[in-house]
Ligand binder design. Sequence first.
Ligand code: ATP
Length: 270
Amino acid sequence: ARAQAMEVVASPEVTYDDIGGLDDQVREVREAVEDPLENPGMFEEVGIDPPSGVLLYGPPGTGKTMLAKAVANETDAAFIKMAGSELVQKFIGEGSRLVRDLFKLAAEREPAVIFIDEIDAVASKRTDSKTSGDAEVQRTMMQLLSEMDGFEERGNIRIIAATNRFDMLDEAILRPGRFDRLIEVPKPNVEGRKRILDIHTNSMNTDDDVDLTELAELLDDYSGADVASLATEAGMVAIRDEWDTVTMADFEAAYEKLSKTDSTGIGPIS
Ligand code: ATP
């Protein structure tokens, strides 16, 4: 199970160009992660410490993982991903050991970007119940913080975490020297949706009647992931009808279908 818990990619294929509607967030991630990896001397000269950890927060499917992968790609860093939920283990000391393994692996593979998804699973505000399970989660979080406190001396490792539950986080992880750079990653606005539609239909054989501006307006409250599944679904409709191009009607049929499947979690979350 331990081997599966960590995902390691030598250099992920996602680039900044694949990310729509998050120009400010891309810039901030580059400043906080790319600059310190590529030009550590810059921070020394100015006399400040680079941000230790970056926390991306916002609704599911908005591109947080993509941002982390793109920065690893751009810096030719290894991308090492771990889900916070995987760090919550049954046996005492197992979560802490996974954290140690994670940083050890990053040190071996540097330059490396460590990405911890669902950080809230190990870094939630203390609950009132003092069950032993909570104490173990607490220990795992302490291990994570102590690894972060020490990793500056260990070379070119940057750490990015993500959460959909910013309100649940224990403030201890947000202190200076820890996750001290917060970047909100919201759902896209209409221009962002247009851009994401552009990206996801780029390789599709779309009919001239497909109006992405109109679609972007229709897809109110869609996340980037929702937009991506809409494009795929429209392609499926076209295939089912044995068309080799995807028409506006196919997109509309896909939209109807996804609106009906909200409760399965496929459609937009509202
Ligand atoms: P979660 O919080 O659920 O882990 P996330 O914010 O990390 O989600 P991603 O895994 O980055 O979301 O996005 C999932 C998929 O949705 C991407 O692989 C991509 O196809 C699409 N997507 C999401 N956001 C964007 C975006 N801003 N631009 C282009 N595609 C996007």
